[in-house]
Design a protein around this ligand. Structure first.
Ligand code: AHR
Length: 305
């Protein structure tokens, strides 16, 4: 007989699977694909889980509806990668009242931390600081015109990466000409960069993209405008996914700060610990590195995403 998940059970017999509902943001970027893969591998039947997966196409209402449906199904635990920071109080309260623990992965929320068991992810603010420090060191006192491709409006990484970067470039000669969302996608990164180029032309010196995918879209736009990305217009971005690292090695991106998407095992461990009634840390930060083109060339063959 095939084993099935036993919703609502959690701590039952040996051959019972733990049913976990995972509310993913969508599939906006290379980072997200790697994150989804990592989560699916960790929450496998082999590891004792039955995974109910939902990707919300970056629509907040759809993501909240998915969480509500997990509550109604009576899953054992819920994992959420929250699209935006705000607006989680009601549904997290409903999960709590239903006795279903919630683990957040990747992005954070502004709701009270009583409403979830734990969070595992990256220090987005520090990623912004690292990107900004590179810009400050590279351009320093040289008057520099910056444009910013922001991530999804209202998301923790867009908010925190903007804040960290701004702090790190304070007091430099870097001026922000414009800052708009490219929704963490390659297509929107390209469209927004086309608009920036039309408006500011080759007065743009530097692009700060909140993720590699938008930087890759910007590269297409810059090349289409007859300019050389990485030379005429320098680019700093965040994620360090394979395509971003290859563009870095190619000299089209100048510096990348990592955002590690391989959070599956940590999230799965948290779910098991929480269901077993163990004390867990409320916030678990995974460390990030940063890469120059030379450093990227050294590690590219060992990278897992
Ligand atoms: O929350 C992490 C961010 O979401 C990644 O930097 C971006 O690529 C993704 O879509």
């Amino acid at each position: 007989l095939a084993m099935t998940g036993c919703a609502g059970g959690g701590g039952g017999g040996d051959d019972e699977l733990i049913t976990v509902g995972f509310a993913q943001t969508g599939s906006e970027s290379g980072w997200r694909s790697a994150n989804t893969e990592s989560m699916k591998a960790a929450f496998s039947e082999e590891n004792g889980f039955e995974l109910v997966f939902n990707a919300a196409d970056n629509k907040i209402e759809a993501q909240i509806a998915a969480v509500r449906s997990f509550i109604n199904q009576g899953v054992d635990a819920i994992v959420i990668a929250p699209i935006v920071e705000d607006g989680w109080d009601d549904v997290l309260t409903e999960a709590k009242e239903a006795g279903i623990p919630v683990i957040l992965e990747d992005r954070t929320v502004t709701a009270s931390d009583d409403l979830y068991a734990a969070w595992v992810g990256l220090d987005f603010r520090n990623e912004g600081v690292m990107a900004g420090q590179w810009a400050a060191e590279t351009f320093g006192d040289t008057p520099t015109n910056l444009v910013v491709l922001e991530g999804t409006t209202g998301s923790a990484p867009a908010n925190d990466r903007a804040e960290g970067f701004a702090e790190a470039i304070e007091g430099t000669a870097i001026t922000t000409l414009d800052s708009q969302t490219g929704n963490f996608t390659r297509a929107d990164g390209k469209t927004v960069m086309e608009g920036f180029l039309q408006k500011y032309g080759d007065t743009i010196d530097l692009v700060y993209a909140h993720n590699d995918d938008m930087a890759l879209g910007a590269i297409d736009a810059i090349e289409a405008a007859g300019l050389v990305p990485g030379t005429d217009i320098q680019i700093v971005s965040i994620d360090a996914v394979k395509d971003g690292m290859l563009a870095l090695i190619d000299g089209k991106i100048n510096f990348i700060v990592e955002c590690n998407p391989l959070l599956g095992d940590l999230a799965a461990g948290l779910v098991k610990d929480v269901l077993a009634g163990k004390d867990v840390e409320k916030k678990i930060y995974v460390e990030d590195q940063s890469f120059t083109p030379e450093q990227a060339a050294e590690v590219i063959d060992e990278r897992l995403y």
